[in-house]
Design a binder for this molecule. Sequence first.
Ligand SMILES: [Zn+2]
Length: 149
Amino acid sequence: MAIAKKVSQVADRELQADIQNNIRVYLLHHRLEPQEEGPPKRFTRTLRHDLYLIPNPNFRNALTWLLCGQHDYALEMLRWSSATRRHRIPRERRLCRFCTMHVESPEHASLQCMLDRETVEWRQELREAMHKERNWDIPVSLSSEEALD
Ligand SMILES: [Zn+2]
């Protein structure tokens, strides 16, 4: 039992270091998990509380992919060269397709950009529902812009 615990601890430490050193998973950096009692704690491996809140398995998968940097926002789509584009685009030029003023990241598109009316209305409905049903206010930002590549 002691060996299994030690292996688990080493694996968690290595995995956490990989997460912290991978800019593509910046939404998972320093991520804490709320506790029934007491302050939030860091867990390297656990079934996250937010995944319990999403009953549709396809939506849970979509959130997981998004948090792991697998999405179609400009932040990732323009990171790499492609058949039609030979060079990667610097981060500061991976701009939002609606406002063209900020980097098109998941948090900008989902929580901040005000130029797509449908998204703004959906976001407001979601904020009101989350506040009413969970007494939880969705933050305006999930990360610090400076923390990004
Ligand atoms: Zn925008």
